[in-house]
Write a protein that binds this ligand. Structure first.
Ligand SMILES: Cc1cc2nc3c(=O)[nH]c(=O)nc-3n(C[C@H](O)[C@H](O)[C@H](O)COP(=O)(O)OP(=O)(O)OC[C@H]3O[C@@H](n4cnc5c(N)ncnc54)[C@H](O)[C@@H]3O)c2cc1C
Ligand code: SF4
Length: 323
């Protein structure tokens, strides 16, 4: 770890000034992923700007219309335990509850969670200068790739790691970002970017910008659930995860969202699975058809073909839990 200056910002404007003053400076929320990067020398910032002292940035507000406004510094534990979030957007509360361990959830923030970098072991080791670090090779191709992407991969195959992002995409959330031209709002479904755009980046956040709010529209009339399959059940990133939501008209599914995690470089919305549900009663046959549809187009690497079966099991199981 390099030595760096530590600065506490008391406003978003001051955080941006503190970043701009020292090129290479980085923001710290809970610091969980940042600390890993510092220890592995994946970043060597001259200054770390802490967001914890900015008033109001951890607020969770349930709006009168059923929507949520979430400050990026709200912790995963706070979101998991929040009664209004549990009631109106259960898949979001569940996604936060399933992440990591209780100790980590008490510190890790939702902003840091959606902005954490991928877990690919080649990326995480200082000695491998892969495409994501400006090199010219992806070591996962022809290397150890059992945790990697089966959809949307290439030229990097590192899967998106955030639980919360999968639920936020399913609910049609948006991110408010403060930058040079003032605040802008980006739909969560557009925010995360494929490596074909730039293998070194995972989203549209520009250097010097601060995520200041997450807005989640009302989910009135929807039923939702988040589930995942892990190698170790106590604390681990998922092998495969899902956020699913359905809106019924009588016994028939009128609208559906099926978003998969840990299988693609972005939260992966399965339009095929959603279409398979539309206009059907949510029963065994419809859930099985959606599960089959969800894996159409999967392109496993040498060691991760098992994820195709896990996706099918998880999609079917989660949809039936909403029946
Ligand atoms: C053992 C272990 C198991 C884990 N398991 C899971 C899991 O199952 N699921 C899961 O989703 N995660 C898991 N995690 C990851 C963990 O949830 C994330 O590292 C954590 O949520 C990051 O949040 P943070 O507040 O600590 O972010 P930080 O480490 O402080 O920040 C992460 C990144 O986001 C940037 N950043 C943070 N806030 C802002 C902001 N407001 N504006 C702009 N940039 C910002 C920082 O500069 C940094 O680059 C696990 C971590 C560990 C160590
Ligand atoms: S999958 Fe991405 S992060 Fe991993 S080695 Fe390949 S380029 Fe690097």
């Amino acid at each position: 770890m390099n030595s760096f200056e530590f600065a506490r910002a008391t406003s978003v404007a001051q955080a941006r000034e503190l970043l701009a003053e020292k090129p290479g400076a980085v923001l710290k929320a809970g610091g969980i992923d940042l600390l890993d990067h510092l220890k592995e020398r994946l970043v060597e910032p001259p200054r770390v700007v802490d967001l914890k002292s900015i008033p109001g940035l951890a607020r969770i507000t349930a709006e009168a219309d059923g929507g949520l406004r979430i400050g990026p510094m709200a912790t995963l534990a706070q979101l998991a335990a929040h009664p209004a979030v549990q009631k109106s957007h259960p898949a979001l509360a569940q996604s936060c509850r399933e992440a990591a361990s209780p100790q980590i959830r008490n510190v890790a923030t939702i902003g840091g969670n959606v902005l954490q970098r991928p877990r690919c072991w080649y990326y995480r080791l200082e000695s491998y200068k892969c495409l994501k670090k400006g090199g010219d090779v992806c070591y996962a191709v022809g290397g150890e790739n059992r945790y990697h992407a089966i959809f949307g991969g290439g030229p990097s195959y590192a899967p998106h790691p955030s639980n919360a992002a999968v639920a936020l995409v399913a609910f049609g959330a948006s991110f408010v970002i403060e930058g040079d031209k003032g605040p802008r709002t980006v739909a969560a479904g557009d925010f995360f970017t494929l490596p074909t755009k730039d293998p070194q980046r995972e989203n549209l956040l520009q250097p010097g910008e601060v995520l200041t709010e997450i807005r989640v529209p009302s989910a009135a009339g929807w039923r939702s659930a988040y589930d995942e399959i892990q190698e170790r059940a106590d604390f681990d990133w998922p092998l495969v995860s899902i956020a699913a939501a359905v809106k019924n008209e009588g016994a028939t599914v009128r609208d559906a969202r099926v978003v998969l995690g840990a299988v693609a470089p972005i939260p992966w919305r399965s339009a095929r699975a959603e279409q398979a549900l539309s206009g059907k009663a949510l029963d065994e046959a419809a859930a099985t058809a959606a599960a089959r549809a969800a894996v159409v187009g999967a392109a496993p690497m040498s060691d991760n073909g098992y994820k195709v079966g896990l996706v099918q099991t998880l999609v079917r199981r989660t949809l039936l839990s909403l029946a």
